[in-house]
Ligand binder design. Structure first.
Ligand code: GLA
Length: 516
């Protein structure tokens, strides 16, 4: 590596800053928690358009895309070259309607306020594929689990707007298990008839108005998700979709839901067991629900949850999945996070626009699987690693915390647009591991513009020097290195970049060809 004096200074500065900002050792149990240092710069007052640059919709289906933009309000929006059938609300930035004609539409978005204007291209693909970038949103499980209510979901939706997260591309509000009636729980708010006389699923008393809930979420410019299982019961023991798949898909669509997580669990008792279970048995329930969903006049993102059985990443797309869990459930410890996150290596060829590997939901903020919550047990460094790695992996980003208790540090982790761009890049290439030396790993992915997003990780208990050689990144010559968490250029480097990364920490970079 050839470093000029300036670069040497900047590079040394980066190491020092990482040292100073982030602790060098894992804290022993009971020790004071390491200070949570916010690296994400606050958004500027001028307009900046964020969020997905490509959006897929099926012809004629209801369309909702909210332009995510930071900057002072009031802000007005306009769009050129929208497909026929779509219209933009200039004040809210919401594009709605239905586009009947198939095709690719290169739309030019404009956001203006008193201080200036921002422009950006949005590619709208009217065709068969949806979820062209990984879904970003919230799910009720990691905070409320069996204590979820419609009121809590509405409060989460309100918080998505009030916290400003909506301005960074966050959109789904997904109800997980426990919106249905429970098979035997004594809690009266979980009791009631399972289905109506026609066999249609009935929610439990905590969810008195399902269309009203979806409508509430849509009116905020957001989208709504639900959860079920192909077996008779969900994982938590509530009524699920076994032998009612088409009716259930119809209900979800009529109510106005946009996302379904479909969780194997009690299907274990339906499918053949042990050695008799074939790959077809694993695929079957997902094909049934895929067909039921496809018959609906509405786009519903289909999220497979069966913990990676039968290497689901190899066939999740073929059974209609937009994403598929590759692992068991995550919890808020370093062991869980690192085993799951770094265990994703080698699956990158299976992901792409509309088909994503899902290493489970985010475990930052106030989590607890209900009803009692606690701050995530991850250290700040581990949280930087979590978000950086999930962005590099093109993982669905589903926040698992109580949105009404979002602290400044957690918000900063979820609102760094340059970091989120790594996740939402239209090329949709999942990062792979390019270096593994002891506890040190480098993960990299190609971005649509030809630049690389690179994570320098240190899984060890001591700070370590981590190097990213250009030869491992498919690069050569002079490259501009940008620190994505700080949104700052570090300098121009040749041959390699290296820095000191704290224990369980990360340096997340974007590397651009330096024009001569
Ligand atoms: C399984 C899933 C979790 C959650 C629960 C609900 O454990 O993996 O994500 O949906 O079921 O009971």
């Amino acid at each position: 590596m050839k470093l000029g004096p300036t670069n040497r200074r900047i590079a040394a500065g980066l190491s020092l800053v990482f040292f100073a900002a982030l602790p060098a050792r894992a804290e022993p149990a009971g020790a004071p928690r390491a200070a949570a240092v916010i690296l994400t710069p606050p958004p500027g007052p001028q307009p900046r358009i964020n969020g997905a640059r490509v959006f897929g919709v099926r012809p004629g289906h209801p369309f909702l895309y909210t332009i995510a933009a930071t900057g002072d309000r009031p802000m007005t929006f306009s769009a050129e070259n929208l497909p026929a059938g779509l219209k933009l609300d200039a004040n809210t930035g919401r594009i709605t309607g239905a586009a009947p004609e198939r095709g690719t539409f290169q739309v030019r978005l404009l956001a203006s306020n008193a201080l200036g204007a921002a422009r950006r291209e949005l590619r709208i693909e009217v065709g068969d594929r949806i979820a062209l970038t990984p879904p970003m949103g919230w799910n009720s499980w990691n905070c409320f689990a069996g204590a979820v209510t419609a009121a809590k979901v509405k409060a989460a939706a309100d918080a998505m707007v009030k916290s400003g997260l909506i301005q960074h591309g966050w959109q789904y509000l997904n109800v997980d298990d426990f919106w249905q009636v429970h098979r035997d729980d004594r809690d009266p708010t979980l009791q009631g008839p399972h289905r109506d006389a026609q066999g249609r699923i009935l929610p439990n008393p905590r969810f008195p108005d399902m269309p009203g809930l979806a409508d509430y979420i849509h009116r905020l410019g957001l989208k709504a998700g639900l959860y079920s299982s192909p077996g008779p019961w969900t994982c938590g023991g509530c009524v699920a979709s076994w032998q009612h798949e088409v009716q259930d898909a119809q209900s979800y669509a009529e109510w106005g839901f946009d996302y379904l997580k479909y969780d194997w669990c009690s299907y274990d008792g339906v499918a053949p067991r042990g050695k008799k279970r074939s790959l077809d048995d694993l695929k079957k329930p997902y094909l049934v629900m895929r067909d039921a969903l496809r018959r609906q006049p509405r786009d519903i993102v289909f999220s497979l949850c069966q913990y990676g059985m039968g290497q689901v990443w190899e066939w999740g797309d073929a059974v209609g999945g937009n994403c598929w869990r590759t692992t068991g459930d995550i919890t808020d410890t370093w062991e869980s996070l690192s085993e799951i996150g770094f265990g994703q290596a080698g699956r990158e060829a299976c992901a792409g626009p509309g088909r994503w590997n899902d290493p489970d939901m985010l475990i930052v903020g106030q989590v607890g699987w209900g009803p009692r919550l606690h701050p995530t047990r991850l250290t700040p460094d581990e949280q930087y690693t979590h978000i950086s790695l999930w962005c590099l992996l093109c993982a669905p980003l589903l926040i698992g915390c109580d949105m009404t208790q979002l602290d400044d540090f957690t918000r900063s982790l979820l609102t760094n647009d340059e970091v989120l761009e790594v996740n939402q890049d239209p090329l949709g290439q999942q990062a792979g591991r390019v270096v593994q030396t002891g506890d040190v790993e480098v993960w990299a992915k190609r971005m649509e513009d030809g630049s690389r997003a690179v994570g320098l990780f240190n899984r060890g208990a001591q700070a370590a020097r981590v190097a990213a050689p250009w030869s491992d990144l498919g690069l050569s010559g002079r490259q501009r290195v940008r620190d994505l968490w700080r949104q700052r250029d570090v300098g121009v480097f040749e041959g390699r970049f290296e820095t000191v990364v704290p224990s369980h920490g990360v340096a997340l970079l974007r590397i651009f060809k330096e024009e001569i």
